[in-house]
Design a protein around this ligand. Sequence first.
Ligand code: B12
Length: 221
Amino acid sequence: MSNILNNIRDSIVNLDLDATINGVKEALKNGVDIKSIVNALAEGMQIIGIKYEKGEYFISDLIVAGEIFKEAMSILKPRIIESREETKPLGRIVIGTVYGDIHDIGKNLVATFLEAAGFEVIDLGVDVPPEKFVEAIKQYNPDIVGMSALLTSTMMHMKNIIEAIEREGLRNKVKVIVGGAPITEKFAIEIGADAYGENAFKAVEICKKLIEEKTKDLQYH
Ligand code: B12
């Protein structure tokens, strides 16, 4: 089993689309759980990031890796959605990658797993400015706002977005969860977010807790 997963990880690291896709199909055929397959792909992406940092890979390689990841996810996504736990939405979440940042693989993964867990997800896409988050809160009245950032140069934008939400008097209406490779729990607290999610699986767990907290908040106010 771990052999199949190592193959998937190595295939994406080698930027081999066919081998990655075949690996994912083989894993599914052998009954490997989806979480492990996604983890193997994500681990591969991390290795690719390290290779890029070392100058072994170039930006074009990152683009190819991103495409391979998306292809692999297109096979997994229907299965993830099929395994949906709930029928009645658990809550509504608006999610987006902050402005200046176009990384969306992690954000999409979080959105997919939240959907599978029974959340209604409104995805604002990438490069999302504060006004768009504010508008979306007014339009959709979500329980949770999720923000993703992959660059150290864009992570501070999360603070600006939270401040914009505050300025519009909407901060008490939503819980804010942040995530992305450079984000930490400490950073999340510093910028005034309610929660930090390390990965797509944790994101689901934490969003469920945030909904519980929100229900309690409403009881006391
Ligand atoms: C693929 C990739 C790209 C692709 C993105 C394709 C796409 N559609 O997303 C492309 C080629 C476009 C790209 C471009 C750039 N990239 Co890039 N990229 C990556 C790479 C290799 C992988 C990212 C990824 O998809 N990981 C896989 C996913 C599954 O993991 P994840 O994103 O971390 O998400 C998980 C968690 O973080 C969390 N999470 C994520 N979002 C959220 C949100 C919420 C609410 C929650 C709860 C959780 C959560 O859950 C996710 C799932 O488990 C990383 C390396 C790395 N280590 O991250 C570099 C990396 C992020 N890129 C980097 C750089 C420098 C760039 C460029 C500036 C390069 C350039 N010179 O142009 C540009 C910037 C473009 C821009 N303005 O955004 C640097 C950032 C360095 C820094 N300190 O800021 C990295 C770290 C590479 C490196 N080691 O140097 N990149």
